[in-house]
Design a protein around this ligand. Structure first.
Ligand SMILES: [Zn+2]
Ligand SMILES: [Zn+2]
Length: 73
């Protein structure tokens, strides 16, 4: 998590669908509400390299696809 609270989620070059735990929910909501942290599910089309996402509790996440350049070499 960065200083402003945005979490970065890294996806592999071929990964489209993702399901990640919201770390902010893990830290803030789970202890208070006694339940599991929010799982954020979504898709990042292969044509896109990054996208902003928001968990149901309003935390900001950035979905970033790692470059496939190295693998192609
Ligand atoms: Zn939450
Ligand atoms: Zn959250």
């Amino acid at each position: 998590m960065t200083k402003d609270g945005t979490q970065t989620v890294w996806l592999g070059p071929d990964v489209v669908r993702f399901a990640v735990l919201c770390e902010a929910c893990l830290a803030e909501c789970a202890p208070k509400e006694g339940r599991y942290a929010t799982v954020l599910e979504g898709e990042l089309p292969l044509a896109r390299s990054r996208e902003a996402a928001t968990c149901p509790h309003g935390h900001t996440l950035e979905i970033v696809r790692v470059s496939a350049t190295r693998r192609a070499a």
